[in-house]
Design a protein around this ligand. Structure first.
Ligand code: PMP
Length: 437
């Protein structure tokens, strides 16, 4: 066994080309405000809020102090049959922030757990309400819902699915919302509301009486910022209502101010029956997820006879005191600094700066909403993803962290980003795109 720092073999990194990374590691050693510092002492502008999560930026003493104080006061308490007041306080606060009617909060430890919780609740709800045949779960192509078996089964990314056997039985997918004719749309695209009718196809194919729920990200994030066409989510909601299907929004990425509203549901004016959140809930500073449900969903679980327990589900870290303390401090900061309104105010400038990259070589589409943006590059012939990854490396070497999803350059900066930093991010991306032309 070796403990040397120059031996990188033991750590099997997630979603990473391990050998390539370890041949040329890119390491961070500290972070403050909008910037990471690398092990070479270089500063990098954080264009991605870590992984869509550090919405309040980095190095906030107030959160660190709250977490420290919590650990010294009540470090852990199980949420099975016991509680602690702050978890109830946070649940109330989330219900207040959420779209009208999503009043009940189930805590978990990550986005993946929040999703699997939602899927299980949806199936169980139908059983409770006398419709036990409704077990089918519908996701969407190009959807990402974490890495649990439930989330992967409703997810629509082939590489996340192909090596894991048959996955959950009885899942299906509606088509994605990316239309070439919508290229270079600003915000919501005009065309494609009727793509929601693909759900009618699955209803006709399987029978509504077999379908429990449909889960979508209001804006697909991980697969390259796919903004729903105008009218699409409204139509999806209406089809769900017509057929007694529960609508689940996965707001793991879009929650907590990313679009300039608390949640995307409020931006689009469409309320789901169940909503999954994580990431920004603690500003990425502690692993936490939550599943919010409507009163209609919650009420059916009241008064279960089996040991009086209303849901046989939960995690050791549900409502973890330290996570709750981190979330409360993060939400305090967001309130006091008005970060949701700030994101909304910055969004038009962000949109202009992003779309100014249209004249760069190989750019085939640019998409945005709120403080998210994607610049899609044409792939190199026979080498999909290579151009994007090279652009990521170029940006990394030149002062900005920008994600590459295949050949799509994706950005989602902390909500504290300044006008100058938007300009810096875009000029670094421009130089990277030109360099990989
Ligand atoms: N849902 C969505 C929409 C996500 O983007 C992610 C993570 N990027 C997840 C779920 C999974 O969250 P986690 O990694 O916390 O399990």
């Amino acid at each position: 066994m070796t403990t040397a720092l120059d031996d990188l073999t033991a750590y099997w990194m997630p979603f990473t080309a391990n050998d390539r990374f370890k041949a040329a590691p890119r390491m961070f050693t500290s972070a403050k405000g909008m910037f990471y510092t690398t092990d070479e002492g270089r500063e990098l502008l954080d264009g991605t809020a870590g992984l869509w999560c550090c919405n309040i930026g980095h190095g906030r003493r107030r959160v660190a102090d709250a977490v420290h104080a919590q650990m010294m006061t009540l470090d852990y308490a199980s949420s099975f049959q016991t509680g602690h007041p702050a978890a109830f306080r946070l649940a109330n606060r989330l219900a207040d922030m959420a779209p009208e009617g999503l009043d009940h909060v189930f805590f978990s430890g990550s986005g993946s757990e929040a999703v699997d919780t939602a899927l299980k609740m949806a199936i169980a709800w139908h059983k409770k309400t006398g419709q036990g045949s409704r077990t089918r779960l519908i996701g969407r192509e190009r959807g990402f819902h974490g890495v649990g078996f439930g989330g992967v089964s409703v997810g629509g990314i082939v590489n996340n699915r192909r090596n894991y056997g048959p996955l959950l039985p009885g899942t299906d997918h509606i088509c994605h919302t990316h239309l070439v004719q919508n290229a270079f749309s600003r915000g919501q695209p005009e065309h494609g509301a009727e793509l929601a009718d693909d759900l009618e196809r699955l209803v006709a194919l399987h029978g509504a009486e077999t379908i429990a729920a449909v889960i979508v990200e209001p804006v697909a994030g991980a697969t390259g910022v796919l903004v729903p066409p105008k009218g699409y989510l409204e139509r999806l909601r209406a089809i769900c209502d017509a057929h007694g299907i529960l609508l689940i929004f996965d707001e793991v990425v879009t929650g907590f101010g990313r679009l300039g509203t608390n949640f995307a549901a409020q931006w689009f004016g469409v309320t789901p029956d169940i909503m999954c959140v994580a990431k920004g809930i603690t500003g990425g500073l502690f692993p936490m997820g939550a599943t919010l449900v409507s009163d209609k969903v919650r009420q059916a679980f009241r008064g279960d006879a089996v040991h009086g327990i209303d849901l046989f589900h939960g995690y050791t870290y549900s409502g973890h005191p330290t996570g709750v303390a981190a979330a409360e401090a993060v939400l305090d900061i967001m309130d006091q600094e008005g970060l949701v309104a700030r994101a909304a105010a910055m969004a038009p400038l962000w949109e202009d700066a992003l779309h100014a990259l249209r004249d760069c070589p190989n750019v085939v589409d640019i998409r945005n909403i709120g403080l998210t943006g994607a610049v899609e590059l044409a792939p190199r012939e026979g080498k999909p993803g290579e151009r994007g990854f090279d652009a990521h490396l170029h940006a990394f070497a030149n002062g900005a962290l920008i994600r590459a999803v295949g050949d799509i350059m994706v950005m989602s900066p902390p909500l504290i980003i300044s006008e100058e930093q938007v300009a810096q991010l875009m000029s670094t991306l421009r130089a990277a795109i030109e360099a990989v032309a």
